[in-house]
Structure formats: structure tokens, C-alpha cells
Design a protein around this ligand. Structure first.
Ligand code: SF4
Length: 409
């Protein structure tokens, strides 16, 4: 195993994380495929403890069709959960053989590790309930800390290198994108809706600069936006953006149906989606006009009053999302990356409004339950999002007007 001392950039919440094991409401061993890497697989072959040796032989399935170093086998699932999950909710491999015997997937989860321009970055994915609490519940917002750390190279997932002396590609400005995007997202002089709309304008302009190959002028554009955000130029600037709730409702209904049709493993998400549908009166025969009435009512009565006090939860979700996924490096263009983030935000908000009506109000626990289970169901399903983004591109709606309509209300 190789370790190395490297520079780090890590959100402060990471220090507080530890797995709560048996007390977990939605253990990561349930509903997910657990791939085993080559190094761990070889270790399992050498286990001497008789009982564990026979369990490993029985419950590990070789990947014979398409093996890679990180995926030579997988754990057998029993009733949808890992066969090594004890009745009390602990991992038998860890408790009987030790942490060193965890495969890379289990040793790393829910951490996301990146090396970005030679700096080690770690964050948590909110598909883990304990991680969701740490990420979302910090009222003063997510803070980051720079330092140094000895890192186990085995834990790394992706390496991104963008720094170069000469700027020749829009991705060479990654550090600048990230700085300005987090700066705008955490600026509480604006509502979250306003912040997302400002980012939409910025990413739309970036897209034009990239298309016209004006890469060297991008830093000037950032300077102008920073100045305008600081001197309140954008405050109340979006009151005239049209509020096309009908369009948002049509899209969200379709997004949920496409995902439900793929089959859902998370019972927590199924509970949330049922509550959302009951709150918005969504049934096969309900018209979008009827859903719109229920949405408008729930939005004013329950969602807005709760979010007045708790908007920081969605801000933290978005800041964590963009740090973890190295936005906008996750897509082939800046605006596509922005659109992907807005789709996640829109789905979360749509569910919360429906759930608020069903429960006659929102609580921090309901927001945590929804964000965690929705992330497990949607965010960890890359093929789903590729399909959705493909459809949005085909229909020519990956544009500022459409995304702004999704953000409003
Ligand atoms: S989901 Fe998180 S808290 Fe729950 S068992 Fe997995 S790592 Fe632990």
C-alpha cells in the first residue's frame, strides 16, 4: 500500500464523520452492488479463519465477463443487503477480520477522494444518512480547510490536472470556476433562487466565450461578476423571469416516472415519493393543472415559511455537490454542468413541496430523509442522468430561459 504526504483541501465537516453502523437508517450495504477490487480479492483467498473462509467462498461472485482491477468480483446480496451485514447492522468482515480487509468500495464510502491539481480533496456523498446530517445541518455554511496529510493512494478515485502555464482550454481555469461558483452560492445577501439565477447567467456567458474561443477573456468576466455580486447589482433583478410552473411540473413528473420505471431499491425514497405524490395529488389521471394548484398552495403555506429559516440546508447541499463533483469538470461544457446541478435542485424542491403538503409542514429530518434517499436513487445512477441530459439536449431546452423557469418557485 503506497502512502504519500500531500497538500489538502477538505471541508471541516469531514472531521466529525464516523459511521454509525447499527444505528444507521439506510445502511450502505442495502440495495447496492458492492464491487471487490483485485488486491482485496487476493486477501480473501488467503483468509485462514475456517468460518470466514467458507462464508467468503460462498458469498463472493467472480466477475468473469468483464473484470477490471477495481471490479474482479462482487458481494452476494441477501434480501437486497450485503451477505456480510450482521443482524445487528455491523459488517462481519470488519468485525472479524479487521478494517484492512474491507474492499476499496467499503473502505472509502461515503468519502469521495479527488486529487485536483496535486491537492488532495475529500468530501462526503449525501447518500449516507450520517453524512447528510453533517453536510446539511451546518447553519453557518460549509467551510474548507487547507493543510497537509498522509494519504493512502489506494483510496483515490479520480485525478484531475488543469493547471498549466498557458490557458488553452476552458477547463484550465478550474480553480477560478470553483472559487466564483462557491462565492456566489454562499452569498446570503441574495436569496438562494437569486444566487442560482446569477450562476445561470454566468454559466450561459461562459458557454458563449467557450464557443467563440474567447478563453483568455474569461478571467475578466469573473471579475465583472464578482463586482456586480458585491455591489448588489443583481438584487431583485430577476422579478420579471417568468414563472412557468406548468413546465416545471411536467418535467418533474416525467423525471420521477422514468426513474420509478427503472425499479427502486431504496424504501426510504419510495416513502418520500409516495408522500410527495399524495401531497401533490399525483395520480395517473390527475392533470398538471390540478397538480399545479396543490403545488402553489403547499409552496406558499409550508415550503416558503420553512425555507425562510432553513435555506442553508439546500445551500450546503449545492456547495457540497459542486465541490465533490468538481463542477464544471464533470461535463463537456460549463452550461451542461450547471444544468445537471439545476436538475438535482429542481427534483429536491419538487419532492419537498409535495412532502410538505402531505405532512402539513417540513422538518429538518424530512429534508435529510429526502436528500439522502434521492441522492442514493438518482445521483448514484449515472445512466439515468445521461439519458435525461440527452433528452433535454434533443429537445433544445438546455438553455438559460428553461433553467431559469425551473429555478423560479
Ligand atoms: S450509510 Fe453511512 S452511516 Fe450508514 S452504514 Fe453506511 S457509512 Fe455507516
Amino acid at each position: 500500500m503506497t502512502t504519500k504526504v500531500v497538500d489538502t483541501l477538505i471541508p471541516l465537516y469531514i472531521k466529525e464523520f464516523s459511521c454509525i453502523g447499527a444505528a444507521c437508517e439506510d445502511t450502505c450495504c442495502s440495495g447496492w452492488r458492492v464491487n471487490i477490487d483485485e488486491e482485496t480479492y487476493k486477501k480473501y483467498k488467503k483468509v485462514k479463519k475456517i468460518e470466514m473462509k467458507s462464508r467468503l467462498e460462498k458469498n463472493i461472485i467472480r466477475n468473469r465477463s468483464n473484470p477490471t482491477k477495481s471490479n474482479v468480483a462482487k458481494m452476494k446480496l441477501e434480501k437486497g443487503s450485503c451477505s456480510f451485514l450482521s443482524k445487528e447492522g455491523w459488517c462481519d468482515i470488519q468485525s472479524q477480520l479487521g478494517e484492512d480487509y474491507l474492499c476499496n468500495t467499503c473502505a472509502t464510502y461515503p468519502r469521495r477522494n479527488n486529487i485536483v491539481n496535486r491537492v488532495f480533496e475529500q468530501s462526503l456523498t449525501v447518500s449516507c444518512p450520517e453524512a447528510t446530517r453533517l453536510v446539511l445541518l451546518n447553519e453557518s455554511g460549509i467551510e474548507f480547510e487547507q493543510g497537509q496529510k498522509e494519504v493512502n493512494i489506494k483510496e483515490l478515485i479520480s485525478i484531475i490536472n488543469t493547471s498549466s502555464d498557458e490557458i488553452t482550454h476552458w477547463k484550465d481555469l478550474f480553480n477560478e470556476y470553483r472559487y466564483i461558483t462557491i462565492f456566489i452560492l454562499q452569498n446570503r445577501n441574495y436569496t438562494l433562487e437569486e444566487r442560482l439565477l446569477v450562476l445561470g447567467m454566468l454559466y450561459d456567458e461562459l458557454e458563449e466565450y467557450v464557443k467563440k474561443n474567447n478563453i483568455n477573456e474569461i478571467p475578466n468576466l469573473f471579475g465583472q461578476y464578482l463586482k456586480c455580486v458585491e455591489d448588489y447589482t443583481f438584487k431583485n433583478a430577476f422579478n420579471n423571469v417568468s414563472n412557468r410552473l406548468d413546465i416545471k411540473i411536467r418535467l418533474c413528473r416525467e423525471l420521477v416516472v422514468v426513474r420509478l420505471n427503472q425499479g427502486i431499491n431504496s424504501s426510504r425514497y419510495l416513502e418520500c415519493s409516495r408522500d410527495m405524490m399524495s401531497g401533490l395529488n399525483i395520480e395517473a389521471k390527475t392533470t398538471n393543472e390540478e397538480v399545479k394548484e396543490a403545488y402553489e398552495d403547499a409552496y406558499t403555506k409550508y415550503y416558503v415559511p420553512f425555507m425562510k429559516e432553513h435555506e442553508y440546508m439546500l445551500e450546503n447541499y449545492l456547495v457540497n455537490y459542486l465541490f465533490k463533483n468538481c463542477i464544471p469538470m464533470d461535463c463537456s461544457s460549463p452550461f451542461e454542468s450547471y444544468s445537471r446541478m439545476i436538475l438535482h435542485y429542481t427534483l429536491i424542491k419538487f419532492h419537498l413541496v409535495g412532502m410538505a403538503n402531505h405532512h402539513k409542514g417540513l422538518t429538518t429530518e424530512l429534508v435529510i430523509k429526502l436528500v439522502q434517499s434521492l441522492s442514493k436513487t438518482f445521483e448514484h445512477n449515472p445512466t439515468y442522468f445521461e439519458k435525461i441530459l440527452g433528452l433535454i439536449k434533443e429537445n433544445n431546452i438546455m438553455n438559460l430561459t428553461y433553467m431559469s423557469m425551473l429555478i423560479k418557485n
